[in-house]
Design a protein around this ligand. Structure first.
Ligand SMILES: Cc1cc2nc3c(=O)[nH]c(=O)nc-3n(C[C@H](O)[C@H](O)[C@H](O)COP(=O)(O)OP(=O)(O)OC[C@H]3O[C@@H](n4cnc5c(N)ncnc54)[C@H](O)[C@@H]3O)c2cc1C
Length: 198
């Protein structure tokens, strides 16, 4: 479902800086909820949920083909849209889920007593990660979080708990249930005590 830059208008609650991409005019238009514009001025797939992306794409297509429907009329609701096929570029949710899996698994395999070099590697990785994360709105909030609550690299427990709290901060922002951080090792390292992961 290809989308061109002018098929979707910006709707980010945190719009891209128009001075960076020359889209000052776009940022003032009325925009569909949930579709985030990337720093290049085009819709950002990895910042947007598939449901919003697909609903908008269908709406836009219908507006083009069905006269007299106009581009501002929404003809497809989010609930009309299925799930993202497995072999498509990730939306914000699939990217996030996969990324948390990687991050928590790094925590689970991080040494209890890391060497100086391992600590430096983790610091370097997290700093780079927070700048390169493809959902730029997510990345900026995560960078803010890392300024507020300094990364802990002293050992597995410290990093694992720090990461669990960081994930909970995102959970709160999205209105999701908080995770009990006393259970992060069961979830990500040892498997649950009831043995269902063994
Ligand atoms: C750094 C980062 C920032 C993000 N920022 C945003 C954002 O700003 N906006 C947005 O829409 N999405 C954001 N996401 C994506 C979002 O966090 C979720 O990944 C996405 O909504 C999919 O959620 P999910 O229900 O699959 O569970 P996820 O939140 O992806 O969690 C995966 C699994 O981790 C476990 N888990 C949940 N919480 C914790 C925790 N605190 N500690 C340990 N394990 C836990 C649970 O078993 C859960 O099933 C971000 C992702 C990352 C990695």
């Amino acid at each position: 479902m290809a989308l061109e830059g002018d098929d979707i208008r910006q709707s980010s609650t945190k719009p891209a800086d128009p001075s960076e991409n020359g889209s000052a005019e776009d940022s003032s238009k009325t925009l569909p909820k949930g579709v985030v514009i990337g720093k290049d001025g085009k819709p950002c797939r990895s910042c947007t949920s598939f449901a919003q992306w697909a609903a908008q794409a269908k709406s836009s297509l219908k507006a083009k083909t069905d006269s007299p429907i106009t581009a501002t009329q929404k003809t497809t609701t989010v609930s009309d849209v299925g799930t993202l096929p497995a072999d498509c570029p990730p939306d914000v949710e699939r990217l996030g889920n996969s990324t948390w899996t990687l991050l928590h698994t790094i925590a689970a395999t991080y040494p209890e007593k890391p060497t100086g070099m391992q600590k430096d590697d983790l610091r370097g990785f997290m700093a780079t990660f927070s700048r390169l994360y493809p959902c730029w709105v997510c990345a900026e909030d995560f960078q803010d979080y890392m300024k507020k609550d300094k990364l802990k690299v002293e050992g597995r427990k410290e990093f694992g708990n720090w990461l669990c709290e960081a994930h909970n901060e995102v959970n709160r922002k999205l209105g999701k249930k908080e995770f009990d951080c006393s259970k992060w090792e069961e979830r990500w390292r040892t498997g649950w005590k009831d043995g269902r992961c063994d």
